[in-house]
Design a protein around this ligand. Structure first.
Ligand code: SF4
Length: 678
């Protein structure tokens, strides 16, 4: 039996594991004992992360849709020739911007880089985006405005040494279990744990303070905390003077948020707001964490900026055991952003509008590049319905389940002139494709993933690709050559060499430096640089940190007499995203086989609903049915549903209203009605 060291394919923690291989079959998994993140542990998903690799549903050869709507098997040559011909035709007749590309937070850095190059250099469009748009685009935008860099500022292995952990909008022990493990270790050593979340999640149940604010009132809550800090003269004045700008306009706004007024907006008592403010401001080793409870709002960027304001006000940034720490969801969502799978930047967040950056990439790729930012993910689907977008190429994503208001998305998929889906299974989205290309899983390819703390780590092929499937980068390169652009690499280390050459924050990151340990954290500006465990040490990435005054704005859709409940969405620890992998894993499916609709006992009583009754949930956009799980963990007036289940697609209900700058949808709040089905 061989043991191959690699990285977990599920969440952004980036845990190290071994795949145990016998006769080209993965037969087991075990944790890397000395890995800095997981330290010899794994969570339930990772212990079971190999079953889906050998599942009979794996796509094993290319598929082409016939006129009668059925798929037939095709050779790679035929499928690639067809895709190349159709994309060239559409580009010629409707222009390069009539084609859009969806890249993947599940694919490697090398694959995202190659896909980004394919969109810009081969197709000639900046219409490239991926699911970060749906989870942390507000982080990328908000932290760029506040600090100049949109990533987790500190490191996971600092958590255990912190004295205070403030977690807002993150169900950490379920969604980032190994980071949750570090947090609970810190609590065991005496750290104070504060959790702000409308739901009583597992980690909220373990906290000394659980601030149970109303969904969508994060800015008010954070402004209230900062009001107390300013009023009590707990501001780190030397830090604010030396390192930041625009404090006066920010302070003027914060005076509008005394804790008593904030109590009326958020439902959190003024007393608790004062206690938490004083604790956070006076503890030097205080780390702030957030996740999609902060980002997935029409005020996502404002929420992120309010978090950034709090860290600057108290000087809790630029030092170990401090910082602002967005917990990224997918295993390589940080890397997909770093690689420029976004409509406005090349790799390393180099602006496409900056003529110097554009020139650099034009010279390297020997082609003229488009100048204007492209479409974001939701704009691509709107573009299809308007008739502007004719073709979509989707790699490893499943928008037919993951987009908000999925009816709108499915209508767009049906209307496309040409849809290519490249994936490991025939996903809900792939059903609408004209051509389906079979991709290899994480266990069948080499490359790198970048975890939530900016740690770039090597993954290694444990087995040969299943059937005729191929790594994403090989497929894209072959297609590019078919389209007349010579995209050619012999192995993934050559792609990384090109990334390093063109991307200052990855300049010192080369495959041979990633072997045998826990990788390197960017920025890593030279081949001898050891990587950067925490950011903004002496100055912010943009020079001065900027206080962004942000006012509380309610969610786009609030309950009313027709739709009297707030629906909020999230995940469970047993499944991942649209369940394409986890539902093909028997243990995970056994533990959580169906979508349960969580409501509070008081609401169940008033609607005369009993535990496990079937109800109809409707919003202005759609209707679904499911069984009720009655729990105090969900507050009165709120309904919680996980978003994994295609059978009960909660995104039939969610509101596609977007944050104006980050264009992230408001998954966390919309208005619904619940009716008992008798
Ligand atoms: Fe995998 Fe995340 Fe679990 Fe670690 S915490 S084992 S990366 S799913």
């Amino acid at each position: 039996m061989n043991k191959i060291a690699t990285i977990c394919p599920y969440c952004g923690c980036g845990c190290g594991l071994y795949l145990h291989v016998e006769n080209n079959t993965i037969v087991g998994v075990s944790p890397v004992r000395n890995h800095l993140v997981n330290k010899g542990s794994l969570c339930v998903k990772s212990w079971n992360c190999f079953e889906f690799v050998h599942h009979p549903d794996r796509l094993k050869y290319p598929l082409i849709k016939e006129k009668n709507g059925a798929f037939r098997r095709a050779s790679w040559d035929e499928a690639l020739r067809l895709v190349a011909a159709r994309l060239l035709e559409i580009r010629k007749s409707s222009g390069p911007d009539s084609i859009s590309i969806v890249s993947s937070a599940k694919s490697t850095n090398e694959e995202n880089y190659v896909m980004m190059k394919f969109a810009r250099a081969v197709i000639g469009t900046n219409n490239i985006d991926h699911c970060a748009r749906l989870c942390h685009s507000s982080t990328v935008g908000g932290l760029a405005d506040s600090f100049g860099s949109g990533a987790m500022t500190n490191s996971i292995n600092e958590i255990v040494h912190a004295k205070l952990l403030f977690v807002i909008g993150s169900n950490t022990t379920e969604q980032h279990p190994m980071i949750g493990m570090h947090m609970l270790d810190a609590v065991d050593r005496g750290a104070v744990l504060i959790v702000a979340d409308p739901r009583k999640t597992q980690i909220a149940g373990l906290a000394q303070f659980h601030l149970r604010h109303r969904p969508g009132t994060d800015v008010a809550l954070l402004n209230g905390i900062m009001n107390v800090i300013i009023d009590d003269r707990l501001v780190d004045i030397p830090f604010v003077k030396r390192r930041t700008e625009k404090f006066d306009s920010f302070r003027a706004l914060i005076t509008k948020y005394p804790p008593e007024a904030v109590e009326r907006i958020t439902g959190v008592s003024a007393q608790d707001i004062k206690k938490v403010a004083r604790l956070y401001a006076t503890e030097k080793k205080a780390m702030l964490f957030y996740s999609m409870g902060i980002t997935q709002h029409t005020t996502g960027v404002d929420n992120v900026c309010a978090c950034a304001n709090l860290t600057m006000l108290t000087g809790h940034i630029g030092l170990p055991m401090t910082g602002l720490n967005p917990l990224r969801g997918q295993n390589n969502v940080q890397g997909a952003c770093d690689m420029g799978a976004l409509p406005n930047v090349y790799s390393g967040y180099q602006e496409i509008r900056d003529p110097k950056s554009r020139k650099k990439f034009e010279m390297a790729w020997k082609v003229k590049l488009p100048r204007d930012p492209g479409l974001t993910l939701m704009e691509m689907f709107n573009g299809v319905l308007k008739g502007d977008t004719k073709a979509l190429y989707i790699m490893g994503e499943n928008p037919a389940v993951s987009n908000p208001d999925v009816t709108h998305t499915v209508n767009a998929l049906k209307k496309l002139d040409f849809l290519v889906v490249q994936d490991i299974f025939l996903s809900d989205t792939a059903e609408y494709a004209h051509v389906v290309l079979p991709a290899a899983t994480f266990a069948e390819k080499d490359g790198t993933f970048t975890n939530t703390e900016r740690r770039v780590q090597k993954i290694s092929a444990a087995i040969e690709p299943v059937g005729e499937s191929k790594p994403d980068w090989e497929i894209i390169c072959a297609l590019s050559r078919e389209m007349g652009y010579d995209l050619n690499y012999r192995a993934t280390h050559e792609i990384m060499e090109e990334i390093a050459l063109l991307t200052p924050i990855y300049r010192g990151i080369l495959h041979h430096r990633l072997e045998g340990d826990s990788g390197l954290q960017w920025p890593c500006p030279s081949a001898t640089h050891p990587g950067t465990p925490f950011l903004h040490r002496k100055k912010f990435a943009k020079g001065f940190g900027t206080f962004m005054p942000v006012d509380y704005v309610p969610p786009a859709e609030m309950p009313d007499s027709e739709f009297p409940f707030i629906l909020t969405t999230g995940r469970t620890c047993f499944h991942y995203h649209t369940r394409t992998m986890s539902r093909r894993t028997s243990t995970l499916e056994r533990e959580c086989p169906e979508c349960l609709i969580e409501i509070n006992p008081s609401d169940a009583d008033s609607l005369q609903i009993k535990h496990m009754n079937v109800v109809r949930v409707s919003s202005r956009r759609g209707v679904l049915t499911g069984r009720v799980y009655i729990t105090e963990n969900t507050p009165g007036g709120v309904v919680f549903m996980p978003f994994h289940f295609g059978e009960a697609p909660v995104n039939m209900l969610t509101n596609p209203a977007l944050d104006p700058s980050a264009k992230i949808p408001e998954y966390k709040v919309c208005a619904v009605r619940i009716e008992l089905i008798k």
